[in-house]
Design a protein around this ligand. Structure first.
Ligand code: 3EB
Length: 329
């Protein structure tokens, strides 16, 4: 047939996984069809041996704490590979690793190992496009200047990434937890189709931060549009303007600036403004005493939006709050 000598069958873009906060028992949620991952928050969460379960080291500032559920429209398989656990279905891949820094020689070596193991594993899978990564480490602001633990983490992360992310960095979050100081948790979402990286025109791209923020600039994109462009995965977003932290010690002003950054990201992604009941957000709050004020502020400004407040340290010590999450189109 003329014009059809070399038919190119374009695969349909992968419809996004569904992410939401759910009350209820872990076992029931794990039993629902298509459950790819289930997250509990804080030490009070029941540990599970299911590879799809992760007990995030951050304590929640909400009671009762919901679980975060990821679901896909396909059967899910799962397993373990050394320190790594994974699940996969419908073109999506969840992988998580937890390491003890004492066994690997500190935060840089441990971050490096975590990223080496993760990309080595992802490299064996069909879902090779890492779209979104979360990093939780202890005592993130310990140490002065270049000796700060976050800076060591950035060194190790970049080394462990190697050239696996040569096409561009994933969207990411890096937050300090208050659990066992030596515990590093890294988990990711990957797909068999690429996403679209989104930067924020109000902010210098993180990988171009000037030297004052560390030897190795943080390797993340501000957000990632998932393959069907039906959801934006938003990186940790704080009151950073240009490359500088704004509104030192002013919680309300930092929240306002963060909302401006989130609006700018949505616009930059070509999405309509605003968040809605299908857009779950995580709010990392440095001082637990600020939780009620942060909750009131955001409930007023983002009515109906599912918020999960977590007690965590932002990687710049002058920042009091950071927000990440999902915005469905
Ligand atoms: C910022 O805008 C705040 O190191 O992966 C936000 C999101 C931040 C991700 C990371 C750091 C990271 O620079 C800090």
């Amino acid at each position: 047939m003329q014009g059809c000598e070399n038919p190119q069958i374009e695969p349909l873009p992968r419809r996004a996984l569904q992410v939401g906060y759910r009350a209820g028992a872990a076992d029931a949620l794990l039993g629902e069809p298509g459950t790819l991952a289930l997250f509990g928050f804080g030490a009070g969460t029941a540990a599970s041996t299911d590879p799809r379960c992760l007990q995030v080291a951050l304590e929640t500032l909400d009671a009762p704490a919901p679980l975060e559920l990821w679901q896909v429209d396909a059967p899910v398989s799962c397993g373990r590979d050394g320190a790594l656990r994974w699940s996969a279905g419908g073109g999506w891949l969840f992988a998580a690793i937890e390491l003890d820094e004492r066994e690997h020689g500190g935060p840089a070596a441990t971050a490096r190992l975590a990223y080496e193991q993760l990309h080595r594993f992802v490299g064996t899978r069909e879902a090779q496009h890492v779209l979104r990564v979360w990093n939780y480490l202890g005592a993130i602001n310990h140490g002065e200047g270049d000796a700060e633990r976050y800076k060591h983490f950035c060194d190790g992360r970049a080394a462990g990434m190697g050239d696996f992310f040569a096409e561009g960095f994933p969207a990411a979050t890096a937050i300090g937890h208050h659990g066992d100081e030596h515990r590093l948790q890294v988990y990711l979402l990957a797909s068999d189709q690429p996403g679209l990286r989104v930067e924020n025109p109000r902010q210098v791209s993180a990988w171009r931060y000037p030297r004052q923020y560390g030897r190795t600039p943080p390797s993340f994109a501000r957000a990632m549009l998932l393959p069907a462009q039906d959801v934006l995965a938003i990186s940790g977003t704080a009151a950073v303007v240009g490359h500088a932290s704004a509104h030192q010690d002013d919680l309300d002003a930092q929240l306002e600036e963060t909302l401006l950054n989130l609006d700018a990201l949505l616009a930059s992604a070509g999405m309509a403004a605003g968040f809605d009941p299908r857009s779950p957000l995580k709010v990392y709050v440095r001082h637990a005493a600020n939780a009620a004020r942060v909750r009131d502020f955001l409930q007023h400004r983002l009515p109906g939006v599912p918020l999960l407040l977590l007690h965590g340290d932002i990687c710049r010590r002058e920042l009091l709050v950071e927000i990440d999450g999902w915005r469905y189109a």
